[in-house]
Design a protein around this ligand. Sequence first.
Ligand code: XIL
Length: 384
Amino acid sequence: MYALVSFGMSLAYTQIGNPETGSARQFGPKVEPSLRDLAKKHRLNIGSAIPVSNLKNDLDGGRYAATATANFNLLELENDLKPPAIWIGPHEYHFSDVDFVVGEPGKKGWAQKHGLKLRGHVLVYARDEGYTLPQWLRSSGQNMSKEDASALLHDYITGVAGRYRGKVAMWDVANEAIDDRPNSNPFNLRNSFWFRKLGPEFLVDAFKWAHEADPRAELYYNDYAVEGGGVKAQHMLDLAKWLKEQGAPITGLGLQYHIDCRTSIAPGDGHYQFIEAIRKLRLAFMITELDVAIPVKRLPPADPDRGLIPQDPADLDQQAKTYAAVFQMALSSRNCHGVNIWGLTDKHSWIPGFSGGRNGAATLFDKDYKPKPAYDAIAAVLTG
Ligand code: XIL
């Protein structure tokens, strides 16, 4: 089955297959022009966060995977490379899911076979609650000595970054180490397991060990609620400066950018001032987890349309403007190494769950893999 798809500046024949039988599943929704091709002209990486299971299970007859490969040159695993997914016990690791995408030693994985670079997320998720620190470590590590904790972290970072050496273009070495509320710790670091055991030096060590394990990978410190500047952004800059002074091989800062459709981003404002401050530290930056949430119709968790229907359809255009503004900012700065979007389609985005069903529709593709106005707006920025 062929369909003529037309939206904004794009016009393409797309073999969409038979949704009943999944035939022609190797042909995904190909959108012209592809963001991947357009971004290449700017040497800007453009990525998407994806769970391994969606690839392994050939989700939606392969349309999920095909949409990813057609539109992006970078892939980040949404949860599968987080410590709780891998680190199942002391010196005991679960690698098979990540191996599927990144490849076991000496072999290619799904990503390389499809010409996608990899962004590794994350070696140290520097907080204790939720899916960040392995549960067994939280409980069994309480009385662990500093030396033992340090040795354990060293082995983990070396084990993971070393296994995938040469295959991961950039790593989030540490994530969300800075607290939201003021405390008396240096750089307002969170009172996390690693901070309690090792002090702020765990961050320096993590960068050094990651670099030893994979000398060619770019290494990032990543955090949220720093977009646009402010107190937390200043802590991030101070931390980055200190890390450099300590000899930590840090490439840049990852700015998550979980924002909403009404976020204003314009030259000269706090967003631009922040990336300029990063440049002055001689660091790169990436937009690492971009999604632009829209207030959606409130529906019960089991409803298949939950998180998908904007309360105000005009917000899709508002969202497009905001996405475009982020890409405009990314292109304005030579030290931006890429933009990664958190979730491939609205149907598989974390925002509806995270917001308790209040927000959603935050990605570039709708539930049927149809590109939204945001897609065309980004294409226009990358073309212009
Ligand atoms: C989120 C995932 O998208 C969800 O599936 C999971 O339930 C919770 O974590 N900042 C990060 C990401 O660095 O790892 C988080 O990912 C979103 C916020």
